[in-house]
Design a protein around this ligand. Structure first.
Ligand code: ADP
Ligand code: ZN
Ligand code: ZN
Length: 665
């Protein structure tokens, strides 16, 4: 935070432009208390005041202050980082014109109008569970304990969000709805728009053009928009009339920002609601263990939606023991014969199936059968993936892409072969195994162009695909009516990850994937979720088979408690990047010595992350653990400034950063 002089009194939250060195940079008036500025220093004047924009409110500034302190960033960096980039360029005159134009956009239909009455009349009659949830939410107003809406896909959670939003709107308030992925915004937007005709609804996510983003943000900030739907960055939207926050799929890792200020939008939503004494609704079939533990402690209220609307059952889970299969067959098989037969049956009945494989490309690595050469990346500690469609080897970490060599670069052998399997290869193999079937594929490669994902999803909805191969991208949210079989082809890797959250993520993904099948009650009875595994007796799969999230959560929480891991401890991850691993390690080692000054905080030895080298940068990380978030916060606030100084003594260090409450370790 810096001090500047201004001739006119500027209310806090005013957007300004100030000189910094030779540049003119945007700023926000934070604390206009002149008494704090040392009088001996000549303050430079503010260059421009953009007061055509109403000041950013006290609640918004409090959120920024909290987030900056909690995630150990500067207030200025965070505040300016979450404002629409266009706001940095615009001048007072153009801003004034835009604001005036948008303010005229007040709702075109009032709640008593025909369209609104008609839309309201088409609301379904709520189930008893939905009514209970809404009643609890209404009575929570003011005391505001966060509410966990716990229900599987199709249990009517979105319907509860719609009703809760309706209640907020009826009181003249705004509602903020956060979803994990951009891809999920269009269908949700359509549903909200249909329910609230004439209301101003805007979306905020990284897929908007800069101009759209500014426009939507202004509509929210001016109080014109009633509903704001967005991804994690939308948690920072200034909303003068905010009355409700919804976080859908609250367990989803996408709510955590993975660079810069590494904030959790879910956690900030809860803080914001608490600070403003507003209801906050967290929805999930598989809540994060942090949220679940808070429910156990009585700090959050759990409201279950135990039934699928229309009585559809969750699909039957079938585990295929790949070990037993291979012993008998003695050959490598893509799909168990039983699964293949089940797919064939679906095709004959005109139903659809989804095969999940979390690995895009044709094969994760190419290798030479003569000398053992493998397609490593020269700049990363990772293999380059073989993409058959354009015959390239691509590094998924640094982006390096090259044509597949004709012969082995080491020995000249012409026989270089793919090892392992990605979605491209699975699609190809299915084409051979199921002649005549229409095999689709949706992953980050197949959906590169603008609008291609929507087209491909539409093709599935229109029944143009019999078997869909996809990564976790398709496991979320999409409502495929004809789908009666979902299979995880090779999910085991997550069971043995060094990341203690891997089982939690796997369970959530498989439950969510299972939710894709049998959403139509008529089909639910014959819907199935298949899991091909070498570890059929693993507790994660046992819980999945029983659709028993509480049992899964209880077992995981017991392990976490015994190991002193979140939510029973607070973690921060200190990362250091350098050209050589030893420079990064030395920096962390000295940081660790400094950290010894704080009792009760455990600092673990520095280790390389899963992929240590990316684009010729060596990375190291060090975990800091404390029994409570408060103790960790106090320690970080004093320790990190010391690291600023430490850095200057480690010349080769490229950067360092701290990740508070890291999600991926
Ligand atoms: P979720 O968000 O948990 O997946 P939805 O709210 O989308 O569940 O509900 C699933 C389907 O059931 C939707 O088509 C929705 O319109 C419908 N639905 C929700 N609640 C009811 C209800 N009380 N009566 C009839 N249909 C409902
Ligand atoms: Zn070779
Ligand atoms: Zn690379």
């Amino acid at each position: 935070m810096l001090d500047y002089a201004s001739e006119q009194a500027l209310p806090p939250g005013t957007l300004i432009r100030v000189p910094l060195g030779r540049r003119d940079v945007p700023g926000v008036v934070w604390d206009p208390d002149l008494g704090s500025a040392p009088t001996s220093v000549e303050l430079r004047p503010v260059t421009a005041v953009l007061d055509a924009l109403p000041p950013l409110g006290a609640d918004w500034r409090a959120l920024i202050d909290f987030a900056a302190a909690y995630y150990q960033r500067s207030v200025g960096e965070l505040a300016l980082g979450v404002l629409p980039p266009e706001l940095r360029k615009i001048d007072q005159l153009r801003l004034a014109r835009r604001v005036a134009r948008l303010q005229k956009l007040a709702p075109v239909v009032s709640p008593g109008d025909n369209a609104a009455v008609e839309a309201a009349a088409q609301r379904p009659v709520l189930s008893d569970e939905q009514k209970t949830a809404l009643a609890a939410l209404a009575s929570a107003q003011g005391v505001a304990k966060p509410v966990l809406l716990h229900g599987v896909t199709g249990s009517g959670k979105t319907e509860v969000y719609l009703h809760a939003a309706e209640a907020a709107l009826a009181q003249g308030r705004q509602a903020l709805v956060l979803v994990p992925e951009i891809n999920l915004t269009p269908q949700l937007e359509a549903r909200f728009a249909a329910r609230f005709p004439g209301r101003v609804l805007v979306s905020l996510h990284s897929g908007l053009t800069p101009a759209q983003r500014l426009r939507h943000w202004l509509l929210a900030h001016l109080g014109v928009a009633d509903l704001v739907l967005g991804t994690r960055l939308a948690v920072f939207t200034p909303l003068p009339r905010l009355g409700l926050i919804v976080v859908d799929e609250e367990h989803d890792p996408s709510f955590k920002q993975q660079e810069g200020a590494r904030y959790s939008a879910r956690d900030l939503a809860v803080w914001r609601a608490h600070h403003q004494k507003l209801p906050v609704l967290l929805g999930s079939a598989t809540p994060s263990l942090e949220t679940w533990q808070r429910v156990q402690e009585g700090r959050y209220q759990r409201l279950p939606l135990a039934q699928r609307i229309g009585g559809g059952a969750m699909p039957r889970v079938r585990l295929v023991d790949m070990g037993a299969l291979h012993k008998v067959e003695g050959v490598e098989r893509v799909l168990a014969p039983t699964l293949l037969a089940a797919l064939q049956e679906r095709i004959e009945r005109g139903e659809q199936s989804l095969l999940l494989l979390n690995r895009r490309g044709y094969a994760p690595v190419l290798h030479c059968t003569a000398c053992g050469w493998k397609s490593g990346c020269a700049h990363c500690s990772a293999w380059r993936v073989f993409h058959k469609s354009d015959r390239t080897l691509r590094c998924h970490h640094c982006g390096l892409s090259e044509r597949v060599p004709r012969a082995c670069p080491d020995c000249g052998n012409l026989d270089i072969a793919p090892m392992g399997r990605g979605t491209e290869k699975l699609q190809e193999q299915l084409g051979e195994l199921l002649p005549g079937a229409r095999i689709g594929r949706i992953d980050a490669d197949s959906t590169r162009g603008v609008g291609t994902l929507q087209q491909q999803l539409q093709a599935v909805h229109d029944g143009e695909v019999d078997v869909l191969v996809g990564t976790q991208m398709v496991a979320k949210g999409h409502d495929f009516r004809r789908m009666t079989l979902v299979a995880a082809v090779n999910p085991d890797t997550a069971l043995f990850s060094s990341d203690f959250r891997a089982p939690e993520r796997l369970f959530a993904l498989l439950m969510q994937a299972a939710g894709r099948a049998g959403r139509d009650a008529e089909q639910a009875a014959r819907s199935e979720m298949w899991v091909q595994t070498w570890h059929p007796r693993h507790p994660v799969y046992a819980a999945l088979r029983a659709h028993d999230y509480p049992a899964f959560a209880a077992a995981q929480l017991e392990e976490r408690r015994a190991a002193g891991l979140p939510p029973f401890a607070a973690l921060a991850l200190l990362r250091a990047d350098a050209r050589t691993a030893s420079v990064a390690a030395d920096f962390l080692a000295e940081a660790s010595v400094l950290a010894q000054a704080w009792g009760g905080v455990t600092v673990y030895p520095a280790v390389p992350p899963h992929v240590a080298k990316v684009a010729d940068v060596e990375r190291m990380q060090m975990l800091v653990e404390s029994p409570t978030r408060g103790a960790l916060q106090r320690m970080l606030a004093e320790w990190l400034p010391q690291l600023q100084d430490l850095r200057t003594r480690h010349k080769g260090l490229l950067r360092w950063a701290v990740d508070v409450d890291p999600l991926v370790i």
